[in-house]
Design a protein around this ligand. Structure first.
Ligand SMILES: Nc1ncnc2c1ncn2[C@@H]1O[C@H](COP(=O)(O)OP(=O)(O)O)[C@@H](O)[C@H]1O
Ligand SMILES: C[C@@](O)(CCOP(=O)(O)O)CC(=O)O
Length: 910
């Protein structure tokens, strides 16, 4: 290609609208999106007619006296880009440099010592930093003025002194509007030598063309809208004045910060879709701004009817852009909101196709000191939103979920919509919500109903205790825990599944002073407090033995550790649809129920305000649509993590040295690849696991996880080589299983074959570790025999308990029936299991009408008050503190327990 113009001496651009075809019907000028998409420079035709401008990735050009010699001074790809930028900006000249700040640097080098600059007071932090540098090192005086009011600029415009006026409209991040046209006019009249410079990054040439309103130089950080994908850094400068262009082109060449060829190409490509992206981004911004405004947040966006100087903006710009900001009234609340979003990326910058969220005071504007920020009215709690091209419903849903998680909005049952919570601290929020009659803020005086699933370990049990990765998933069998307040000074437990065990303790007689108390809110250390354990055993459990003693010890240990401040009086009733002690993680689901009830009662965790009623997404008007959560995801991650840490403590009391995999599955649900680690477990959700079908068979041989785990520990000590070899082999089995489950190219048939082989292999290693049992081998043999030919392994601690059999998709119902019958004939209990469901659930405390209905339907046996007697309980003023619920829970048939619990109201899940 032979360039025909000298890029260093550009001429004013004619917009490349074709010449009129006839004097009667003239061709109209191209509109903006056409100009963007059409990269054409009639003076630089490509020799091959390439549709896309080639990248001249060359530092030097051969020959002497040609148009290009060295890429710092000029490069054909850059010439194309600069031509294109000038064209879409309706400018005579464009320069492209390494970043937006590089562009400002080039512009500020026009200044000389002694010059005065007038700049806005709501500037981007980087602009502010460079101006401060010029003040200290360049002998330049900078006046920061409220440019939103043109008259406040007037006193600073001094003929012969003012050399530059730096404007931005709308400002970032407060979206203040500056009348560029009025100020330019004033400057030209009073200081004709002064140059008006406009940072147009917030608008891009699509929405605003300051050169048409009197500006001399316009610059953009092209990292933002012009490129649009956050895949490059670039700055562009446009102007109509030849002298200024010449001076700045000289500086670009002299300092060597011109844009590199590859980035020129990317930027050229990005600009082609500028109008398209911006249309979508600002339409969504309008929705988001309206949503926040209607919730009652102070929202800054020029599209809002009450935005100050909106009329000025409408005069100089043709759109509102895609940056907005809002205030919450509380910096910590803002931090929680920002931290709770998932779709909105926490990042500086804007203008990208992906939506971003940030807090300017701690991010983009952190380089302005706090006192200056305060003086310039930049709120510390301000959240900036930079809207991308994602689906607006997803964006608003994600934002709404974050506002809920952070406690910024609450559901108003009367209005049937979310409204802004009055204040932000928990107590203030509780007061506000209490005033609205939404939920009882006295958690120790209300009933809490919780549940957690059991689990099946598919690969890696026992080895996981010693650092090997295991794969486990939740099963659709759960433990339920109901905490009912008492109005005496006793705490009690009722374990229906352990011989209907019931025991109560005088709260004051428990060993509160034994051991080392934890500070309020402190996490439990790794090791259990043995002094406290011994004291509980001696003082509260001396006459109890077996399962009931272990379960009571776990309960009392956590009760004392978590309840020192409140010493709450209540009864905890537990029941499970899971077989206890059969290797399906009953202890972990029990532990998760115990500690979540204790944490709720003691305010160790708090729930966000209530969720909106679910809709299907089609029947409600956007943007108040809920599509992503049906009670799921309601319990925030931080709350789930805290519950999981305490569930692990309870598991340690029960099991001595557990890996933590069982409680993690009980709390988080789904399927997990889990690896124990000194700095905290590594967990990864496995999605594809859910589609596999299993048959669980209970051998009905009781065994004790603690003893089985200890047994493997002793074998490891006596035969380290053997056991380490087995662990290594198990690690490669779990690695292989994870690879297979994640491999999209593996056919279903191949996946099932691989899983079957790995199951068989893993079981053999467990046999070597000595944790199988003749009954488990019998189950395996039955399932492996003709005509079934299925793979089985023990699951969990072994020594009895359950076996798990993989059931292929094409295994017909009658064969399954016949296999189950054969197992039943051998006195085993088989059941097909659904896996991968929800983790920990909490029955919504927000007085669901269904609850009252369910309670009304539960016939209370006449005159019966189940132990403990709780006179006066009915007077407890809470959502559903009613002894009838406890009676119904304890009397419910085990087969209908899950259904009954589901029917009580809305469950809020992790
Ligand atoms: N529903 C329940 N109620 C009371 N305690 C329970 C319940 N489920 C489990 N536990 C406690 O967990 C222990 C069983 O743990 P473990 O032997 O590991 O069996 P699993 O393999 O089912 O987890 C019981 O001895 C008891 O202490
Ligand atoms: C044996 C083990 O790997 C799994 C738990 O077994 P069980 O579900 O309690 O039978 C122990 C552990 O990981 O803590």
């Amino acid at each position: 290609m032979a360039p025909t113009i000298d890029p260093k001496v550009a001429t004013a651009h004619d917009l490349p609208t074709p010449d009129p075809e006839s004097p009667v019907r003239a061709r109209k000028p191209y509109r903006f999106s056409t100009l963007c998409a059409t990269v054409e420079n009639p003076e630089m035709k490509d020799q091959y007619g390439s549709s896309s401008v080639p990248i001249y990735q060359s530092a030097t050009f051969k020959g002497v006296g040609n148009a290009y010699d060295y890429s710092r001074s000029g490069n054909p790809t850059r010439s194309h880009l600069e031509h294109h930028i000038a064209k879409i900006s309706s400018a005579a000249h464009a320069l492209t440099v390494a970043s937006g700040m590089a562009a400002l640097d080039i512009i500020l080098r026009i200044l000389k010592p002694g010059d005065e600059v007038i700049a806005g007071d709501d500037l981007y932090g980087g602009t502010n930093r460079l101006l401060s540098y010029m003040r200290t090192n360049g002998g330049v005086t900078v006046h920061h003025v409220d440019t939103t009011n043109p008259t406040s600029v007037l006193p600073f415009i001094k003929a012969g002194k003012t050399r530059m006026v730096l404007l931005e409209s709308p400002t970032n991040p407060l979206l203040k509007i500056v009348d560029i046209a009025a100020i330019s006019k004033d400057v030209k009249e009073r200081a004709p030598d002064a140059i008006v410079v406009v940072d147009n990054t917030m608008m891009s040439p699509y929405l605003q063309r300051p050169l048409e309103h009197g500006a001399d130089i316009v610059y953009d950080s092209a990292t933002k809208y012009l490129s649009g994908h956050h895949d490059l850094m670039a700055g562009v400068i446009t102007c109509n004045r030849d002298d200024l262009h010449k001076q700045m082109a000289f500086t670009v060449n002299a300092v060597g910060n011109a844009l590199a060829p590859n980035d020129c190409f990317l930027l050229l490509r990005g600009t082609k879709t500028l109008a398209l992206r911006m249309d979508r981004q600002q339409a969504t911004s309008d929705l988001v701004a309206t949503y926040l405004h209607e919730l009652g947040f102070t929202t800054h966006y020029p599209g809002l009817a009450d935005h100050p100087n909106r009329d000025v903006h409408a005069r100089i710009a043709s759109g509102n852009g895609a940056v907005l900001s809002f205030e919450t009234g509380d910096k910590e609340l803002s931090e929680r909101i920002v931290g709770s979003t998932r779709l909105w990326g926490i990042s500086v910058s804007f203008g990208c196709v992906n939506s971003l969220i940030s807090m300017p005071c701690v991010m983009s504007h952190a380089s302005i000191d706090a006192a200056t920020r305060a003086a310039r009215g930049l709120p510390e709690d301000l959240i900036r939103l930079c809207v991308g091209i994602e689906d607006p419903i997803d964006l608003i849903d994600d934002l709404e979920q974050a506002l809920i998680d952070a406690g910024a909005i609450a559901f108003d049952a009367q209005l049937n919509k979310y409204t802004r919570a009055m204040q932000s601290t928990n107590d203030q929020l509780n007061q506000a919500v209490q005033k609205l009659g939404l939920y009882d803020p006295r958690p120790d005086e209300q009933e809490w109903f919780v549940s957690a699933p059991g689990k099946v370990i598919l690969f890696g049990e026992h080895a996981v205790v010693h650092g090997v990765t295991a794969i486990a998933a939740s099963v659709d069998l759960r433990c339920y825990g109901l905490a009912t307040p008492r109005n005496d000074s006793k705490v009690s437990v009722h374990f229906s599944d352990i011989d209907n065990f019931y025991r109560e303790w005088d709260i004051e007689k428990l060993p509160w002073s034994a051991g080392t108390p934890l500070a309020a809110g402190e996490d439990h250390p790794d090791a259990l407090d043995q002094v406290l354990m011994d004291a509980i055993n001696a003082e509260a459990l001396s006459d109890i033995s077996g399962h009931a003693r272990h379960a009571s010890l776990a309960f009392l240990y956590c009760y004392i550790q978590l309840g020192r401040d409140r010493k709450p009086a209540f009864n905890l009733a537990t029941r499970a649809t899971l077989p206890v002690g059969a290797g399906l993680g009953s202890s972990a689901s029990f532990s998760s129920c115990v500690v979540s009830a204790l944490l709720l009662i003691n305010r160790g965790i708090t729930l966000p305000p209530p969720p909106a009623p679910s809709t299907t997404g089609t029947d409600a008007p956007a943007p108040h649509v809920h599509v992503s959560h049906q009670g799921r995801r309601f319990v925030p991650q931080s709350v789930a993590e805290r519950i999981n840490k305490w569930a692990f403590v309870s598991e340690k009391v029960l099991h001595g040295n557990p890996s933590g995999i069982d409680n993690s599955v009980a709390v988080f649900g789904g399927a997990l690849a889990y690896t124990k680690h000194p700095s905290g477990p590594k967990m990864e959700q496995i999605q594809s696991f859910k589609s596999l079908k299993f048959l669980l068979t209970n051998s009905k041989i009781p065994r004790d996880t603690k003893k089985m785990v200890a047994g493997v520990g002793s074998l490891k000590a006596s035969e380290p080589e053997l056991v380490d070899g087995v662990f290594k082999a198990i690690q490669s089995i779990t690695d292989e299983a994870r690879r297979a489950l994640a491999d999209p190219e593996l056919s279903r048939h191949e996946l099932l074959a691989a899983m079957s082989a790995l199951i068989t292999e893993n079981h053999q290693h467990l046999v070597t570790l000595g944790v199988s049992h003749p009954t488990l081998e019998a189950i395996r043999t039955t399932a492996a025999a003709e005509p079934f030919k299925l793979s089985t392994k023990l699951t969990g601690a072994g020594g009895g308990g359950c076996a798990v059999t993989l059931v292929p998709d094409d295994f017909d119902a009658s064969s399954l029936e016949s296999l189950m019958q054969q197992l039943i004939n051998q006195t085993f209990v088989p059941y097909p299991a659904a896996i991968g469901g929800s983790g920990l659930g909490i029955l919504s405390p927000y007085s669901p009408p269904q609850l009252a209905q369910a309670q009304a339907q539960t016939a209370a046996p006449s005159g019966q008050v189940t132990p403990p007697q709780t006179p006066g309980l009915a007077s407890v003023d809470s959502g559903h503190a009613d002894p009838l619920l406890r009676i119904a829970f304890e009397k419910q048939n085990i087969d209908s327990l899950a259904k009954w619990a589901d029917g009580l109201g809305r469950w809020l899940y992790v």
